[in-house]
Design a protein around this ligand. Structure first.
Ligand code: SAM
Length: 218
């Protein structure tokens, strides 16, 4: 669902300025089969357009961010094979691509001012910077649930607002003028706490955990 949105954003960015070097950051990249998917798709879009237009390939700087506990070594070890596959797929004239791991929380500054052309983040912004303050009265739940009092919803809302505002402030300092950002994360359309829009899976997990606690011998 988000692929066409990302494609449109990177196409517009490239065609607005035809940069000779492009710095792309993926925030919350994790380490595993999905880690390099986003950046490689973005690079492929640019390469296709620049070929059609007969332009020389830009140099790519690909910045992979996650929390310090992320297995960056596994990512680094996979890069040689990944670069080989990219070169084969894209053919002559592609790149070069320079990779760097950037450990740290995206709820703070991570990059030089005005250094990023494109910021991508998928399924990471739903992680808050801390457990919200004011979760009293949410006993037996591990998140917002149909039995949570309104104060709990407010506590999550306030924490998200603080975190997301900080995220946007930091990125606004790091993006170049005219840079683009595509953020994918889940939300809910309904104000109804028991709506299946987003929280129901956590309610099910809470039921399982409560069973274990209650079961005692498990
Ligand atoms: C579900 S994974 C998403 C992985 C990948 N982007 C994807 O779409 O498949 C969420 C990632 O966000 C990272 N993350 C959570 N909070 C973060 C923060 N404050 N700063 C940087 N990364 C964070 C987690 O460590 C985790 O690797």
């Amino acid at each position: 669902m988000t692929k066409p949105i990302t494609e449109e954003a990177i196409t517009n960015l490239y065609c607005d300025t035809f940069p000779t070097s492009l710095t792309i950051a993926d925030l919350g990249c994790s380490s595993g089969p999905n880690t390099l998917v986003a950046v490689s798709e973005i690079v492929k879009v640019v390469d296709e357009i620049r070929r059609k237009l007969g332009h020389k390939s830009p140099e790519y700087q690909l910045l992979l961010n996650d929390l310090p506990g992320n297995d960056f070594n596994a990512i680094f070890r996979s890069l040689a094979g990944f670069q080989e596959r990219m070169k084969k797929q894209m053919g002559d004239g592609f790149g070069p691509c320079f990779f760097a791991g950037v450990p740290g929380s995206f709820y703070g500054r991570l990059f030089h001012a005005k250094s990023l052309h494109f910021v991508h983040s998928s399924y990471s912004l739903k992680w808050l910077s801390q457990v919200p303050i004011g979760l009293d009265g949410n006993k037996w739940n591990i998140y917002m649930a149909s039995t949570s009092p309104p104060s709990v919803l407010k506590a999550y809302y306030m924490q998200f607002q603080t975190d997301f505002s900080l995220f946007l402030k930091c990125r606004s300092e790091e993006l170049v003028a005219g840079g683009r950002m595509v953020l994918t994360f889940s939300g809910k359309r309904s104000e109804d706490r028991s709506s299946k829009d987003c929280c129901s899976i956590w309610e099910l997990l809470a039921v399982a955990l409560n069973e274990k606690v209650g079961g005692g011998d498990l």
